[in-house]
Write a protein that binds this ligand. Structure first.
Ligand code: NAX
Length: 329
């Protein structure tokens, strides 16, 4: 039998945690033959709620679930961790400026990065879900100098999946027929969902949507970028099951690889590709194979795309400069 993989989830008692844990324990994250130990990190007041979730996990009698640890201690939570899903974050509250938000999250993701650096397994893979995800990932990464930078990633897979679904609807094809979609930049309203490289129903994506530039600019791009706000308005709560699903997809693709001829979107440390300044965590088109990823190179970027990528990247640079000024990186 295989050795269990240690998976740490922060914010485990939250709503994404609730949608995520049962799928991890049932084998959707790493595979139907990979046993898992779960490490649930929560803040002290939420430990009791995490206990309740662990009771329900027990009650599922999942064959792959070996062990559950519940803790508010960083070193315990990340001890020997192979996969860390950093979900818990400080949300923006009324009157909070961007600087306040970044500072509050720096107080969470800095120490978590350090604890990962000091305690995690050599093959650690980190996915940051908690917002502002890209910059939180940057803070964690910079506080883990002994861990290769590429092991820290931020989630734009939900945006990617949202883009795929909207394109499939518009073109009247199934989601399986939508390939090579890219989310560029920040997981925020400035993100750029790019259809120009995509293949939809076997055709160039733009052609498949009837070369409808107005739909692209006035419907598709804002729809994907602002979907989170739309879910809050309609559902009365923020995306949870779809966010958990995207986190599962992100890690599963990272570990198991992208399909031939397709790619995915991941927030990763930039190597300077496509003019994105080196070192910031930005979303790119990536292929994955055997636990490693590569940025898809050589794509032709139109002026239309360039302006949108640049705008989102400028926001990431501003966030980086701000956390740098605050001494968080
Ligand atoms: P909830 O408020 O339901 O849960 C967050 C949990 O994190 C709470 O149980 C809280 O006690 C815990 N927590 C807070 N600080 C912590 C710390 N320092 N250590 C450990 N746990 C801590 O939020 P939920 O709906 O689950 O969302 C979690 C995060 O995901 C938010 O930051 C949210 O903005 C972000 N999202 C990111 C998305 C993405 O695509 N990257 C999409 C979905 C989601 O909005």
């Amino acid at each position: 039998t295989r050795t269990p993989v240690n998976v740490t989830i922060t914010g485990a008692a939250g709503q994404i945690g609730y949608a995520l844990l049962f799928r991890i324990a049932s084998g959707h994250l790493l595979g139907a033959d990979v046993p898992v130990n779960l490490r649930l990190l929560e803040i002290t007041p939420a430990l009791k709620a995490a206990e309740g979730v662990a009771m329900e996990l027990d009650d599922c009698a999942f064959p792959l679930l070996r062990d559950i640890t519940i803790t508010d201690q960083l070193n315990t939570a990340f001890d020997g961790t192979n996969v860390a899903l950093l979900v818990g974050a400080r949300p923006r509250t009324a009157g909070m400026e961007r600087g306040d938000l970044l500072a509050a999250n720096g107080g969470i993701f800095g120490p978590q990065g350090k604890a990962i650096n000091d305690n995690a397994a050599d093959d650690i893979k980190v996915l940051v879900v908690g917002n502002p995800a890209n910059t939180n990932a940057l803070i964690a990464q910079r506080n883990a100098p002994d861990v290769p930078a590429e092991r820290f990633t931020a989630m734009t897979r939900l945006d990617h999946n949202r883009a795929v679904a909207q394109l499939a609807k518009k073109a009247g094809v199934t989601v399986e027929d939508v390939k090579r979609v890219t989310i560029w930049g920040n997981h925020s309203a400035t993100q750029y969902p790019d259809v120009f490289q995509s293949v939809v129903g076997g055709k160039a994506g733009f052609e498949a949507i009837g070369s409808d530039q107005a739909w692209l600019e006035e419907f598709f791009i804002p729809k994907v970028a602002k979907r989170g706000a739309e879910i809050i308005e309609v559902r009365g709560a923020s995306s949870a099951a779809s966010a958990a699903n995207a986190a599962i997809d992100h890690v599963h693709t990272w570990v198991n690889g992208t399909a031939e001829g397709d790619w995915t979107s991941m927030g990763i440390v930039s190597d300077g590709s496509y003019g994105v300044p080196e070192g910031i965590i930005s979303s790119f088109p990536v292929t994955t194979k055997e636990g490693k990823f590569e940025i898809v190179q050589g794509l032709e970027i139109s002026d239309f795309s360039r302006a949108r990528i640049d705008a989102s990247v400028a926001e990431l640079v501003a966030e980086r400069d701000e956390v740098s000024k605050l001494g968080l990186i």
